[in-house]
Write a protein of this length. Structure first.
Length: 342
């Protein structure tokens, strides 16, 4: 027998059964008694480690990569090197502190709702969410609850004090600003931009950094040399072909995957990098150092993000709250061969 069958017999939700099993006080006394009676009659034993049934907290962290694809692309964002590296770094850090990590790729709103059940059933004691859109009501509902939650690459317009929530973001704005400013210092005045997904904080802030650098240098902000990408390689390739029809001498791409595919598009048009077009990316993925020419980029220190996540959760386990609501990780410019002075 399963908890779902118990729920059906009692005429309640599976979540209510889980709350009773875990001695959650937010269940009416008569409902609790009915569920416990049915459990006893059917000799139901919940499938969960005995340590959790005894009231001891789980040491399992839920790591949720949000990849709800509402575009026509068949490529999943979660397959990018950025996500795989960050997930690996988080797992490594978790192992150092004795935590286990349950990784889940969330590709639908239904799966996002199912993540809540993992909290309720105490299969996990906390959740790390990566890659959500900047506006996501389902995730917001979960975050304002009592569960310790870390969100990476997201902003909250109303930063209500919540000691159970921690936001960790790169300084995407400063990174986008520094990348564009570097190209300006090299003498470039017509700098194209292939943005990331502008529903995501990283895409928005890198774009805003690009705009601010142009403004500070009194350069024209020309929407004809800007395209919205989606952090996927195919968008970098296709959109680079479009921008190259304009009179540009440099392209700033919002991530390395798009920058590398933009270099391919540039070469296909008979142009050279960086002699004809300078290219700069963002993230500093490993392969960028080995392509020809090697890629100038903005380093996104994923190991620092992973370390901050796990150290914060370790602190939470001992103190039942996070020290702060938000952590911002600094970025650094990495200069290689794909950029050149005019």
């Amino acid at each position: 027998m399963t908890s779902g069958e118990i729920a059906k017999l009692c005429g309640v939700s599976r979540a209510t059964v889980s709350r009773v099993i875990n001695n959650d006080k937010n269940v009416k006394a008569e409902t609790r008694e009915m569920i416990l009676s049915i459990i006893k009659e059917n000799n139901y034993v919940p499938i969960a480690p005995a340590r959790r049934l005894a009231g001891i907290a789980s040491n399992v962290i839920g790591l949720f990569v949000i990849d709800i694809n509402i575009s026509e692309s068949t490529t999943r964002v979660s397959k990018s090197t950025y996500f795989s590296q960050l997930v690996n770094f988080i797992i490594d850090q978790a192992n150092n502190f004795g935590f286990q990590v349950l990784v889940s790729i969330v590709t639908s709103v239904k799966q996002l709702n199912e993540a809540r059940d993992l909290f309720i059933s105490r299969m996990i004691f906390s959740g790390i969410f990566i890659g959500a859109f900047n506006e996501n009501s389902q995730l917001d509902d979960m975050i304002i609850s009592q569960y310790p939650t870390i969100i990476i690459d997201r902003q909250f317009k109303s930063m209500v004090e919540n000691s159970n929530r921690l936001v960790i973001n790169l300084d995407n704005f400063e990174g986008g600003y520094e990348a564009t400013q570097f190209l300006i210092k090299l003498g470039h005045t017509r700098i194209g931009h292939i943005s990331g997904d502008l529903r995501k904080l990283s895409g928005i802030e890198r774009y805003e950094g690009y705009k601010k650098a142009l403004n500070d240098a009194n350069l024209c902000f020309d929407t004809n040399i800007i395209r919205e990408g989606n952090f996927l390689e195919d968008s970098g390739y296709l959109l680079a072909h479009e921008i190259l029809q304009e009179n540009i001498t440099a392209i700033f791409c919002a991530n390395d995957g798009m920058a590398i595919s933009a270099i391919k598009a540039i070469k296909e048009r008979g142009l050279k990098v960086p002699d004809d077009i300078s290219v700069i990316g963002f993230d500093n993925i490993v392969i960028g150092n080995y392509i020809m020419p090697s890629l100038t980029t903005v380093d996104a220190p994923l190991q620092d993000i992973a370390r901050e996540c796990i150290e914060a959760l370790n602190y939470f386990c001992k103190n039942k709250h996070f020290i702060k609501n938000e952590i911002k990780i600094k970025t650094n410019l990495v200069i290689r061969e794909s950029t050149k002075e005019l």
